[in-house]
Design a protein around this ligand. Structure first.
Ligand code: NAD
Ligand code: MG
Length: 380
């Protein structure tokens, strides 16, 4: 039995991870953490019997503790709960499926404790990649990508040994507003932005996909995971989401991974790497598909993508500013406090106001996050 812990078990990636556990039967869940959905968490605890469970919200944690009096499970709360889940002594793999920079400290703690990381939580790598990648190397810990594009790149590198990557071709669906111009997006409502054409995901990443900030975050994530300069990472719009990403080598050969849009594949691949296990579900039908098309991303409409390249070129704490501003802007948009086009305006304003720090420590990353939030509160 391979023992796993999951941060964010009640979300889109978390529940799909548990589907795989249910199917495969040789994985044992030892620790689970979630934000506030204790109803679902309780169900998961009763089905998978973790030894500990963490709930961010302390009132919800107290209620869960009460509901689980008949079971032998320790219920924790707050950052302490996330950290204990991350380093739970028995676990071998930590699936990081929480949203946002909140994942930094637990991810670092898990690497220090020698856990293999199945990484979905891209915001952690975007803001702290310069700390996480060297630390993982030093501790000889594997970081296995769960994000579908990065898993595709990782799969395309199988057997390539030290062959140099000449380019990463990071594919994007283009989101629900592909083909629209900026003027057409002024009245976009939350419901419109939550309709992704190909993937079903959590709310924050669905909004990020619609603005293409998600692709910007993924460019930065790819830079850290594969040690490739952002100039050699090209975003290619591939509207059918059939090609999950590609790698071009120095001889011009391009290797890609294709498949239906199903996150269970990259999650399962990370859990069992390097083994491939059977997985149910639809298969690509090339006769029905007929064509796979490509487009150039529209950087004028989706400014988040250019801002991400700018953030990584400036480096230091600027990717943190980019990410924190986006996290807050998306939360405000979902709360209907700001208009859709204000999301990238807010990111741009925060990036031009930022105090540059060259190689921020975790404390400085979190300090940068706080000052971005303060700046947004003072201006919006
Ligand atoms: P989601 O919103 O569906 O789930 C988030 C999970 O985190 C939930 O279990 C929630 O309870 C938990 N959570 C939120 N706040 C918390 C807190 N303060 N403490 C503890 N737990 C907390 O999100 P998701 O779509 O599953 O995305 C998770 C991560 O994976 C994100 O970083 C996202 O970018 C990345 N990702 C997701 C997908 C996808 O298909 N959903 C694909 C690629 C990458
Ligand atoms: Mg992705």
């Amino acid at each position: 039995m391979k023992k796993i812990a999951i941060l964010g078990s009640t979300g889109s990636i978390g529940t799909q991870t548990l589907e795989i556990v249910r199917e495969q039967r040789d994985l044992e869940v030892v620790a689970l953490a979630a934000g506030s959905n204790i109803q679902l968490l309780e169900k998961q605890i009763r089905e998978f019997h973790p030894r500990i469970a963490a709930v961010w919200d302390s009132k919800a944690a107290a209620r869960l503790r009460e509901n689980l009096r008949d079971l032998d499970v320790k219920v924790l709360t707050g950052m302490e709960g996330l950290l204990e889940t991350a380093v739970y002594p028995d676990s071998e793999i930590l699936v990081t499926a929480i949203v946002g920079m909140l994942g930094i400290r637990p991810t670092v703690a898990a690497i220090e404790a020698g856990k293999t990381i199945a990484l979905a939580n891209k915001e952690t790598l975007v803001t702290a990649g310069h700390i996480i990648m060297p630390l993982a190397k030093e501790r000889n810990v594997q970081i296995l990508p769960v994000d579908s594009e990065h898993s595709a790149i990782f799969q395309s590198l199988n057997g390539e040994g030290g062959n140099k990557i000449s380019r990463i071709l990071l594919t994007a669906s283009g989101g629900p507003f592909r083909g629209k111009k900026r003027e057409e997006l002024t009245d976009i409502q939350v419901e419109d932005a939550l309709k992704h054409p190909n993937w079903s995901m959590g709310k924050k990443i669905t909004i990020d996909s619609s603005t293409m900030v998600n692709k910007g975050l993924e460019v930065i994530e790819a830079k850290w995971l594969f040690d490739v300069s952002p100039d050699d990472i090209q975003v290619v719009v591939q509207p059918q989401s059939v090609i999950h990403s590609m790698v071009e080598f120095e001889d011009g050969a391009v290797i890609a991974q294709l498949g239906t849009p199903d996150m269970r594949l990259p999650i399962q691949y990370a859990l069992y790497y390097p083994e491939r296990r059977p997985l149910g579900g639809d298969r690509l039908d090339f006769e029905a598909l007929k064509s796979i098309s490509f487009e150039e991303p529209d950087r004028k409409t989706f400014r988040g993508l250019s801002l991400a390249y700018d953030a990584i070129a400036r480096g230091g704490n600027i990717p943190t500013v980019f990410n924190a501003a986006n996290e807050r802007a998306v939360a405000k948009f979902l709360n209907r406090e700001i208009r859709y086009l204000e999301i990238d305006e807010m990111i741009e304003a925060c990036m031009s106001d930022a105090n540059y720090m060259p190689a921020p420590s975790i404390e400085q990353i979190l300090e940068t996050e706080r000052s971005v939030y303060d700046y947004i509160e003072s201006r919006w």
